[in-house]
Design a protein around this ligand. Sequence first.
Ligand SMILES: *[C@@H]1O[C@H](CO)[C@@H](O)[C@H](O)[C@H]1NC(C)=O
Ligand SMILES: *[C@@H]1O[C@H](CO)[C@@H](O)[C@H](O)[C@H]1NC(C)=O
Ligand SMILES: *[C@@H]1O[C@H](CO)[C@@H](O)[C@H](O)[C@H]1NC(C)=O
Length: 678
Amino acid sequence: MFVPSRLWLLGLLACSLVSAEYYNTRTADKDYLLKQKKVYNLLYHISQPAEINYTWYEEGQKWDIEANIDLYSNAAAVKEFLYMYKNKMLPRGEAFSFFYPPLLKEMMTLFRLFYYANDFETFYKTALWAKNNMNEAEYILAFYNAVIRRPDTQYIQLPPPYEIYPNFFFNSEVMEKAQHASLFGLRETSGEYKAYILPANYSGGYVKRDYYLENKLNYFTEDIGLNSYYFFFRLAHPFWMPSSEFGLSDSLRGAEYLYGHQQLMNRYYLERLVNDLPKLEDFDWQKPFYAGYYPTIIHRNGLPLPQRPEWSNFPVYKYKYIKDIMDRESRLTAAIDAGYIFGNGSKWYNIYNEEGLNILGNIIEGNADSYNRKFYGSIDSLGRKILGYNLEPSSKYKILPSALEIFSTSMRDPAFYRLYKRIIDLYYRYKMHQAPYSRDELIYPNLKIESFSIDKLITYFDQFDTTINNGIFINENDKMSLVKVRQYRLNHKPFNFHITINSDKPMKAAIRIFLGPKYDSHHRLYELSENLKYFYEIDNWILDLNAGLNKISRNSQDCFFTIRDQEPSEIFYSKLMESLYGDKPFTYNERIFGFPERLLLPRGKKEGMPLQLFLYISPVSSEYQYMSRIWGNYKFDNKPFGFPLDKPLDGLNYDGSNMLFKDILIYHKDESDMNIIY
Ligand SMILES: *[C@@H]1O[C@H](CO)[C@@H](O)[C@H](O)[C@H]1NC(C)=O
Ligand SMILES: *[C@@H]1O[C@H](CO)[C@@H](O)[C@H](O)[C@H]1NC(C)=O
Ligand SMILES: *[C@@H]1O[C@H](CO)[C@@H](O)[C@H](O)[C@H]1NC(C)=O
């Protein structure tokens, strides 16, 4: 038994037969439990290590890295860290972002120190010390990366980022109330658990701007599950991490970057469509920029994230970056049209072959595996620097990063989608230069879909509570009460796909299901050729077919790439304790995160939102074993991402016996219709 998560890319959403069979669920042994407990302790109230547990604090302070240099496998990395530390590093309390090279270097040096600790005990001691002495954000990010990469912390669970720094997920007025709950007249609830419950809305509640329609999407762009997903997505292959040094699988890195963003964009387009919003407008670096953004969130040090008014001209201090990004964009289009990229030496690399998409993705992201960072730079980070309106730092440690410069907040800014539309347009440009699939590559007459039906699809808004204690300051005299933020979030009722397939012989087959638009925002029917690129892959799995009729049923809740909302840390931790000091077994999955299952479907409409599904079945040629510490391991059919919709259409109408388009309606119910009592 094993498994799961196929290229998540593939499936931002994807399903499995029975979840228990798909996930490789394990029962923790003592060693795992002790490590898991220490990892959670290391993330407990990072801002106040001495107040929260003086024993841990002292233990950390006693750890002498220099005297124990033999306990690290890379002495040079330790020395580099110590040298930097003695010469001042980012002070505690200051804002951090990956997009400021001196700060990135500090975080990387700390990460290497963690990574090269010889055993878990040394890692633990080093982290205890760093928790007391390093900038909090540098510590958190280096620590998350270390737990994900170290061999001895495989599948150790990490809390979702909204519990660690809720200030990036909830509006500042909510954070203020949380900090001073009793002053705001809030009372603890009684009952199962005592807690302060803080109701929270999405942003935009303070400004009346009826004409600015982007706000209609706040419930989606500010969803804490979605933003946590993006945080982990960018953690799966951090742009600054060289594959070779840390054993990342590099063959899909750039391709995942492109396809993963393309899928996120397609998911976003469906949400726009439901809200009757048109496709995204184009923008020009030298003209005013339409989409404004007024974040109502703050950095931990109290500074507000920078704002960008609607239709604003880019400020003068962005001009040099604009010049730079325009140069680099034209180099990228030249590479795509010519078919070759210019390597760092005198070598040219052909990109119209199997590795091509990966090479292209690496140079577009400008990651540590890019063949020529000097020449192609990183339009990903330049775009964020221009559009986010961050201020030029007055000194290296006084920075004010924008929402786009922090992965947990990027998706809140409407500029994020404009930027990635541009990046994904490069991907399409590359794809459209390729030859279309021939009929023989796609049509398998020996496989026939006899029927395909889906249960009624219903979406609704549901209230969720998030514990944020860990992210607020505690007072010595305060007794610790739970503080929970209550917010409405998009959700849907579980449903099943029912598929009947006729096969002429027993075989291994791959099933893919895509969700896509039917009409555009003006209710005009889409042309197939124009529409296919907006399909979003919701499922992809391999199964054994018998000769004759095969009845298959898949439940949306078992979708393998998705996860449910995580348990709050206090519950997770108490289960851990019950197992460690009691006899209760503790089980965990071989994965850390996934796409929020709640967001599998876009919001429906009362009268039904028309969309369509595309079902495609083909024999498995060869299997690919995908491995990821974050998304889990999964076996999938070895085909390009987005297959079979990933190439231009050449007269083929996708009408073979092994494929099917199916119209569906998604209904949305109000709370009152659902009879939900809170
Ligand atoms: C601090 O941690 C130690 C060791 O885990 C534990 O024994 C002690 O009770 C904790 N102290 C407080 C105040 O929580
Ligand atoms: C949230 O928005 C609703 C509707 O505008 C309003 O009635 C409510 O007071 C708001 N709640 C908070 C906590 O701001
Ligand atoms: C060019 O890049 C390759 C691959 O990243 C690397 O191995 C090589 O050392 C680089 N060469 C130069 C001249 O920088």
